[in-house]
Design a protein around this ligand. Structure first.
Ligand code: PMP
Length: 401
């Protein structure tokens, strides 16, 4: 059979299976517009699935900075960082981020996905072990699998399993080999925080290195929005590798890795997703600098976000709905099977609320959910509309029970 026929058959089979298991993902089309009231696929919705947690993506100062950056440096950087793509504005952003995180140095990546893949690959060798929380973001898991090290997953936040995993590794490791413990700071689909202090203790006990990806915490949680690592009071020594992304609280795009001089010097040479790709747009770097300044100054954004999260949780739990624990902007409303999650998401859509149903393979079978995200720029009325609709969801689920 010709190769194209085999390929076509393979693709059709996979797509048909996705459809039949209610797992097919649709691309939505959003029209121009500001804020979280958005025209999506031709209908007006309040968006409760954006990661724009502080509402900075449309901030006029951030938009103005993007335009200024483009005028000063061009839209594209024109080259990789190590050729001529690294502009003064990138350097300024790195210095400001290092100051914000209280860490020695920072380097930039075009996306969080690339940061995680590049860092794990560069840091590990074939005789190393990468220990993942089972619910780590796909980019971390892929980073482990793409590296030549052995990758293992421990059950979600199960410190005993991790301890056993590290203990077994200790018994067979050479003096040269290393264990890298990798975790989301705030888990992207569950919204809970990693037990960072305990993880740091375990890492210390087993001579392992702890890497934290705080994509969803940085900007939103911890003192001055410095994220969950700062919230746990952990030092750079305890968490030598910290990743943050700009596509969420910062409202822009891109990512950073922070650590000591040696780490950043090394990654600048050896992280392939840094070396072999066009540097992040300088215009975006300028916009991100403005976002950083705003999120450092405007504490009200985090206070407002927390207020909305608390009101959301109190009422939703009172309705008898099941939420996973956690005070992050990611709130997981657990619904069980994929079909129910899809039906509830449809019900909310009919009420003008955009909430995405998260189904396998993103989450385990039987743990389909709505991933509801809150933002500092949701109004009281937006929240009330969501809570009213959830009261209907609670009735719908009771009727079915
Ligand atoms: N890490 C985590 C925990 C994430 O949730 C995401 C994306 N949502 C990423 C990394 C990837 O970041 P980016 O979107 O910048 O590629």
């Amino acid at each position: 059979m010709p190769g194209v026929t085999i390929l076509g058959e393979r693709l059709r089979q996979s797509l048909t299976e996705r459809h039949s298991r209610h797992l097919y993902r649709q691309t939505l089309l959003r029209d121009p517009g500001c804020g979280l009231e958005q025209v999506i696929d031709g209908r007006l919705f309040v968006n409760f699935c954006s990661n724009d947690y502080l509402g900075l993506s449309h901030h006029p100062d951030v938009v103005a900075a993007l335009i200024r950056g483009a005028k000063e440096y061009g839209v594209g950087s024109g080259a990789s960082h190590l050729v001529t793509g690294h502009c003064r504005v990138h350097e300024q952003l790195c210095e400001e981020l290092a100051d914000f995180c209280g860490r020695d140095r920072v380097m930039l990546f075009s996306t969080g996905y690339m940061a995680n893949i590049g860092v794990i690959n560069a840091l590990t060798r074939p005789d190393d072990l990468v220990c993942h929380d089972a619910l780590n973001h796909a980019s971390l898991l892929d980073g482990g699998w793409l590296s030549r090290a052995e990758s293992k997953r421990y059950p979600h936040v199960d410190l005993e399993s991790l301890s056993n995993m590290l203990g077994n590794f200790d018994r067979r490791r050479t003096t040269e080999s290393m264990a890298l413990v990798v975790t989301d700071g705030v888990f992207s689909m569950d919204g809970d925080c990693a037990p960072l202090a305990d993880l740091a203790d375990l890492a210390l006990h087993h001579d392992a290195v702890l890497m934290v990806d705080d994509a969803h915490g940085i900007g939103c949680l911890g003192p001055q929005g410095r994220g969950v690592v700062a919230d746990a009071g952990l030092t750079q020594q305890q968490v030598p590798v910290l990743v943050g992304t700009f596509g969420k609280a910062f409202g822009t795009a891109g990512a950073f890795v922070s650590g000591d001089d040696l780490l950043i010097d090394y990654l600048t040479q050896f992280a392939r997703t840094y070396v072999f790709t066009t540097a992040m747009s300088p215009a975006l770097a300028e916009a991100t600098r403005t976002s950083l300044a705003l999120l450092r100054q405007e504490h009200w954004r985090r206070a407002r976000l927390q207020e909305l999260i608390e009101r959301f949780r109190t009422t939703t739990l009172m309705l008898g709905l099941k939420l996973l624990p956690g005070n992050s902007p990611v709130q997981a409303l657990m619904l069980g099977d994929a079909a129910t999650a899809q039906a509830v998401s449809q019900l909310l859509k009919q009420r003008g609320l955009q909430v995405s149903a998260i189904r396998p393979p993103t989450v385990p079978v039987g743990q389909s959910r709505l991933r509801i995200t809150l933002s500092a720029v949701h109004s009281d009325e937006h929240l009330q509309r969501l809570l009213d609709a959830l009261a209907e969801v609670a009735e719908y689920l009771q009727d079915r029970a």
